[in-house]
Design a protein around this ligand. Structure first.
Ligand SMILES: [Zn+2]
Length: 288
């Protein structure tokens, strides 16, 4: 059975925390939002801006908070439109986000209602006005991506950072960013917390976080080994490394994802000084 969430209303998933899944126009076509009760009702993410998503969220909030019920505040895990697009329709008083997420949302760093975001800065901290919950930075997929952490129950809301049975796409838009390294750092940061369960934004929960995080780390170090070996044997671009590693890849979607991961891995090896990177005329090449 697929681990991808099917759309449906709020159900309890952790102490004081419910999850609903909204329809989304982007793969994997559904996205979770969480309602946390802690000195008020906090909605984590708001779904897409589509009519279908906005109506579903309205209905699910009515069912849980009573007709016309609205959360007291919203927390955005990151700025991607399947998670943050619906903000416009909801228009809450308070929106909490990492400073880097707020910076990406609108050029003027304001919510659709024209109010400033309440921002958090750095790599971890407690959430303002939300007793029992902390936040941890989880980068590699999106700048300023927040993971929400309830130490009392060992529950981590992992957003898009960790997904059961799906690879998290690493960011490659900025050639100066080491998104692979940032993702590895997040694995360490989260492993140190020793979570009991990790809830994700698109899939069923990860029930054995320690084993999962360990497998993910081994997968990534194998990736680095293969990328390093391919460069040593003469591959110079992410395309060549991907071809040497996988041969012919079925389907443009799978190929895109693999190319992206290879490019992120190569940039990480370059950032660590293990291989050299050259950028000229928009062409990014690597050498040993
Ligand atoms: Zn997402």
């Amino acid at each position: 059975m697929s681990a991808i969430l099917s759309p449906g209303g709020f159900e309890p998933v952790a102490e004081g925390c419910r999850r609903a899944a909204l329809p989304s126009p982007w793969p994997p076509h559904s996205v979770a939002v969480f309602l946390i009760e802690s000195g008020g009702n906090w909605l984590v993410d708001v779904g897409a801006a589509t009519v279908e998503s906005v109506e579903s969220l309205g209905l699910y909030l009515d069912e849980t908070l009573g007709p016309g019920g609205m959360p007291d505040a919203v927390i955005l895990t990151h700025s991607h439109l399947d998670h943050a697009g619906g903000l416009e329709a909801l228009d809450p008083e308070t929106v909490i986000a990492h400073q880097d997420t707020a910076g990406l949302y609108e050029a003027n760093e304001r919510t659709p209602a024209g109010r400033p975001f309440v921002t958090v800065v750095g790599t971890s901290g407690s959430l303002p006005h939300m007793p029992g919950w902390d936040w941890v930075l989880g980068e590699g997929h999106a700048p300023g991506h927040l993971l929400l952490w309830q130490p009392g129950s060992g529950t981590l809301l992992a957003g898009d950072q960790f997904l059961l049975g799906l690879k998290t796409p690493l960011r490659i838009a900025d050639p100066t960013e080491d998104s692979f390294g940032a993702y590895l750092e997040t694995l360490d940061r989260v492993a140190a917390l020793q979570p009991a369960v990790m809830l994700t934004s698109h899939t069923e929960a990860i029930r054995e976080p320690a084993a999962w995080l360990d497998r993910e780390r081994r997968r990534l170090s194998r990736q680095l080994d293969r990328a390093r070996a391919a460069v040593q044997s003469g591959a110079r671009t992410a395309e060549e490394v991907t071809e040497r590693t996988y041969g012919s890849i079925p389907g443009p979607g799978a190929r895109q994802l693999l190319l992206r991961e290879k490019l992120a891995a190569l940039r990480h090896l370059a950032a660590r000084g293990e291989i050299r990177r050259h950028l000229s005329d928009g062409q990014e090449t690597f050498g040993d």
